[in-house]
Design a protein around this ligand. Structure first.
Ligand SMILES: Nc1nc2c(ncn2[C@@H]2O[C@H](COP(=O)(O)OP(=O)(O)OP(=O)(O)O)[C@@H](O)[C@H]2O)c(=O)[nH]1
Ligand SMILES: [Mg+2]
Length: 256
């Protein structure tokens, strides 16, 4: 009997060790990729790289930042920076990278008007340096909710506002909550990945997002990545997509 207990104890300890090894591996991979991103920003010659987060309320903006950067991220509250314009931002890598957390849309029509205005203000924000006028926002990360059928508000925003101001190679569209794509069906929650049916569904979904944006704006955005911030699935693909989109230079604005 004692042998069985001691064996069980050993197994339990082994599982705990394995879990902590996975944790270390996960954070090692994250730190490695964050470093790769910061190196790419360094070679841009001017930093910080400013990324505007766009997405409906509760789409998982905060969860995405946490999944991507874990402890490397510092949230900076409203008004802490003169340029903040009442929009919180996250600082990464000693302020070499900033994510601007725009307020979520879709709560109510009257709030949407105010939120949209703040978003447009941020998108159009410029600053002047010795060598000209530059746009504050370098990239826009548009997060869609994979559990929702209705992307209407975000499409509208992309087509009417974002694509008008930002070239398509500076727009990254991603689909979060892919674990809930088919209302949670075909998600393997034990091993945290989509079964074949859900995978097919998600692949069709991201293709249709890309073609819908093309049809309406004639801008070809890169193929969206589907992922799950809380299930830690495809986070490295989101990171790779951001790394690939780091521009060669900041966004020069020609003021005539
Ligand atoms: N199942 C699932 N839930 C998620 C995922 N990402 C976020 N959530 C949940 O969705 C809720 C909202 O997530 P947040 O990260 O706070 O979303 P947000 O976009 O920052 O929300 P606001 O700041 O209020 O607009 C939380 O309960 C998260 O745990 C995901 O990938 N899968
Ligand atoms: Mg949030």
């Amino acid at each position: 009997m004692t042998d069985v207990f001691s064996l069980l104890n050993q197994v339990e300890n082994l599982i705990k060790q394995l879990e902590s090894m996975q944790e270390i591996n996960g954070s090692y991979a994250r730190t490695y990729r964050t470093q790769e991103l910061l190196n790419k920003i360094n070679s841009m010659g001017a930093y910080p790289l400013d990324i505007l987060l766009v997405g409906a309320t509760g789409v998982g903006k905060s969860s995405t930042i946490n999944a991507l950067f874990g402890n490397d991220v510092a949230k900076v509250g409203k008004g802490a920076d003169p340029e903040t314009m009442e929009i919180d931002h996250y600082d990464i890598g000693e302020s070499k990278l900033r994510f601007w957390d725009s307020p979520g849309l879709g709560d109510s029509p009257s709030k949407d008007v105010i939120h949209k205005k703040k978003l447009v203000d941020t998108l159009y924000k410029t600053y002047t340096h010795d060598d000209g006028t530059w746009g504050l926002i370098d990239l826009v990360l548009v997060i869609l909710d994979g559990s929702s059928r209705d992307f209407g508000t975000t499409y509208h925003l992309l087509e009417e506002v974002i694509c008008q101001q930002i070239p398509s190679d500076r727009i990254i569209t991603v689909v979060n909550q892919c674990d809930m794509g088919m209302k949670g069906r075909y998600w393997n929650s034990k091993n945290h990945f989509p079964e074949e049916k859900l995978k097919l569904f998600l692949e069709n979904k991201v293709k249709s997002v890309q073609s819908r944006i093309y049809e309406n704006t004639k801008q070809k955005i890169s193929m969206p990545v589907y992922y799950s911030a809380t299930e830690n699935y495809n986070i490295s693909k989101v990171m790779d997509s951001i790394i690939q989109h780091v521009p060669k230079s900041k966004r020069k604005i020609n003021i005539s």
